[in-house]
Design a protein around this ligand. Structure first.
Ligand SMILES: [Fe+2]
Length: 356
């Protein structure tokens, strides 16, 4: 990736000699003008939401067309939105710029409001947490990529977690995007033929401030549907990769908050896994089951994916996929259709949640 440099020089001239104090600002050659992105308008009611993750900016991206054909009211990025994997912020920004200049993605930018959160690869380091030294800089670059307006409170705090509440009374959807990287404590990985994360029963994924924020968001919410996004999976426990269950007390705390505030229509969405699946879990004290839609990836997957998940409903999808959520507001309470789709919009699986 070639970059052009704009040299900004502040000249400090003395009579004795010439001193040049120069700052170098790197501007990527890929940061050419892009279409005007559609702003996120929270006054609008959501009925169709599309989402996806695990997207290499240098790979073919054949799913934007079928995503556009679904005419979603909102697109949600669920992490690994690019594969940065670097502490070089110029390279990270250039990688995001390449994504933003993707011709098909620009059609989405021009027609569909976009929100999102990161996972490890766009954060900057594989399976990384709070120890990543460029997390603050990387956070700003992600928010720029997402065109998050400066008025959004996320700019005033650490981390990338965000909240959006769409629609009018009786038809509200709250989208909570959790940051499972910026504050996450260290995890050890057991070596061997099947490397496994060693559970950390005392550490945190979200960190204290994000937990306080999340509790306040749930406590004060009057939304009918709560879409809770996390890069890594929340419900599945059996696979050896990153998951909330590596910090079992954090997973339990999330369930406890939903129970404590009797949160309406909570649905988890996640990415990361290079496969698609839908999981379901009954939680004591919550009057409906929690369902998680995992959709990954947009550009590459484990085609031969095969693993146990006793919470899975339906099949495991090993082909390129995106997620789609459609909300029927015509009944007393919403009816939500969750789908995993692929090339040409092919439907791999669907699950219906009726809250009536
Ligand atoms: Fe990931």
């Amino acid at each position: 990736m070639k970059s052009s440099k704009i040299i900004l020089c502040l000249l400090a001239i003395s009579f004795a000699n010439l001193n040049y104090s120069c700052k170098t600002k790197i501007v990527s050659s890929t940061s050419k003008v892009v279409v005007s992105p559609v702003p996120v308008d929270e006054s609008k009611t959501l009925t169709k939401i599309a989402l996806g993750s695990c997207n290499r900016s240098d790979y073919d991206q054949p799913l934007w067309q079928p995503i556009l054909e679904k005419k979603p009211d909102l697109w949600i990025w669920l992490g690994d939105n690019i594969y940065g994997d670097t502490e070089d912020m110029e390279a990270l920004a250039a990688n995001y710029a390449r994504q933003k200049n993707n011709t098909e993605y620009q059609k989405l930018l021009a027609t569909t409001p976009i929100v999102g959160i990161w996972d490890d690869h766009d954060y900057g380091v594989n399976d990384g947490g709070k120890e990543y030294p460029k997390r603050a800089e990387s956070r700003d670059i992600m928010l720029d990529f997402l065109n998050v307006p400066k008025s959004n409170l996320v700019w005033q705090r650490e981390g990338g977690y965000q909240s959006y509440t769409f629609g009018k009374a009786g038809k509200k959807v709250k989208v909570l995007l959790l940051d499972a990287r910026y504050f996450r404590d260290h995890v050890e990985r057991r070596r061997g033929q099947y490397p496994q994360y060693i559970p950390n029963p005392t550490g945190t994924i979200l960190g204290k401030k994000q937990w306080q924020w999340l509790e306040e968001e749930l406590k004060t919410s009057d939304a009918q549907v709560h879409i809770i996004g996390s890069g890594i999976q929340i419900l599945p426990t059996q696979h050896n990769y990153e998951k909330w269950n590596t910090f079992p007390q954090e997973r339990d705390q999330l369930f406890s908050l939903l129970t404590k505030y009797q949160t309406s229509g909570a649905i988890f969405i996640s990415g990361d896994r290079h496969l698609g699946e839908i999981s379901k879990k009954e939680i004591k004290g919550l009057e409906y089951p929690l369902v998680e839609l995992t959709t990954s990836g947009l550009t590459h997957t484990y085609e031969k994916a095969s693993e146990e998940n006793s919470l899975r409903v339906g099949n495991l999808t090993g082909q390129l996929n995106f997620g789609f959520i459609e909300i029927d507001w015509s009944k007393d309470k919403p009816v939500v259709e969750i789908e995993i789709r692929g090339k040409e919009g092919k439907l791999f699986q669907a699950y219906n949640i009726n809250y009536n």
